[in-house]
Design a protein around this ligand. Structure first.
Ligand code: SF4
Length: 397
């Protein structure tokens, strides 16, 4: 598993696999073929099917500018390794091919290959929840201490920046008003939910505040604002909403929030390593399901749970999103994505409550549910994996 820095990327929405990954690939290709006269980029599978709605084409054009880019879309053709395939070609002024590169955007802003020495390395030796739980038991420590053991203090400095960026995405989301760009003309909701929450009391107030935080970050993402992948752009509102809600309610220090972020990062990393966090690969269960698992683990830790209870809560976050399809209307990260963040945030708090009531023992382990989620994703038809060719994408309007 790689550094937690690769789960939490501070960047711009609306899609980690469709904008952050292609941006990174385009930048690498441009650096290598900086003597080219023109480029051609062919997008395959999901990237081609929903690339326009997710701004993939604009991201590539902007990154390779000022040179001319010919973008070809092949939504019905898949490259062998992953549905988010890209082929970059560079040409000289006589249209002779200078070089080509096939690369995949594998989710969460990650690409599977690098043209530079930047390649992200695996630094976590333990790559299953079972092994990490055994480590915590043997050493009398918690999940966040495993991150500290492997990555040292610098990663906690980075997580401070992550927490700042998460809070700012919520604040901007609550402050901004108007329609979300893209053509569906849906109105932002976070600002009105937030102000209405203040007229309510008790659990209705709590729930509405939580919704407003999740909507705020997710609406910022849909508008191309700065967010933090947790683990992806489309699911960026779940974890920040839960953390902000709990910090406001219990007055937790930033240090405790940052430790919860570390634990959530380990959970996200385990899913990324052993299954996928890409909607194009396994459907929305890999994005919103993983975000819910991360937030469930973080909430359980903050509320005093044991490592076993944290594992149970994370498992529930995935289990109760099994089979969730990715079929966004018009290929935009808006419907169902934005509301899904709010519902997953509430489910994360429910998972934490549920596990805290238990002794942490349960039947299906986190490792097993991650494996099952991956298998379910493999079994899901292509039309439900970020192609906007089925389900809600066809019947949602
Ligand atoms: S439906 Fe889920 S996986 Fe698909 S784009 Fe929206 S948030 Fe991402």
């Amino acid at each position: 598993m790689q550094s937690l820095k690769n789960i939490y990327r501070i960047g711009y929405g609306p899609s980690s696999s469709h904008t952050m990954g292609p941006y990174k690939a385009s930048q690498q290709f441009k650096d290598k073929y900086n003597n080219a006269a023109s480029y051609k980029v062919t997008l395959y599978g999901s990237l081609a099917a929903t690339g326009k709605g997710h701004l993939t084409d604009i991201t590539i054009e902007k990154t390779l500018a000022p040179l001319k880019v010919d973008i070809i879309l092949k939504p019905d053709q898949l490259l062998p390794k992953h549905t988010n395939g890209m082929k970059f070609e560079a040409f000289d002024e006589n249209n002779n091919l200078l070089g080509e590169w096939i690369v995949y955007s594998t989710g969460g802003g990650e690409i599977d290959d690098y043209l530079s020495s930047e390649k992200n390395k695996d630094i976590y030796e333990l790559t299953t929840m079972t092994d990490i739980l055994n480590w915590t038991k043997k050493n009398g420590k918690s999940f966040w201490e495993y991150a500290l053991f492997v990555e040292g203090e610098p990663v906690f400095q980075y997580l401070k920046e992550v927490w700042q960026a998460m809070q700012k995405s919520i604040e901007r989301g609550i402050d901004n008003e108007g329609a979300i760009p893209g053509g569906l003309n849906i109105q932002r909701k976070a600002y009105s939910y937030n102000v209405k929450a203040k007229n309510y009391s008790g659990s209705l107030r709590s729930k509405t505040l939580l919704f407003s935080y999740a909507l705020g970050a997710a609406e910022e993402n849909a508008c191309g604002g700065q967010i933090v992948t947790a683990p992806t752009c489309g699911s960026c509102g779940v974890l920040p909403a839960v953390l902000k809600y709990l910090q406001d309610s219990y007055k937790f220090s930033d240090n405790r929030i940052i430790r919860a972020l570390a634990t959530a990062g380990i959970v996200g990393n385990l899913v990324k390593k052993n299954a996928s966090i890409s909607g194009a690969k396994v459907g929305c269960q890999g994005e919103i399901g993983t975000a819910c698992a991360m937030a469930s683990a973080a909430a359980t830790q903050l509320l005093g749970g044991t490592t076993l209870q944290i594992e149970y809560a994370a498992e529930m976050g995935i289990e109760h999103h099994l089979g969730l399809t990715c079929d966004p209307i018009a290929g935009l990260v808006q419907v169902p994505c934005i509301e899904r963040n709010a519902f997953a945030a509430e489910r994360a708090l429910n998972s934490a409550t549920f596990s805290l009531l238990s002794d942490g023992r349960h039947l299906v382990s986190f490792d097993k549910i991650v494996h099952i989620m991956n298998q379910t994703g493999n079994d899901l038809p292509h039309i439900y994996k970020e192609t906007s060719q089925g389900g809600l994408a066809l019947y949602g309007l």
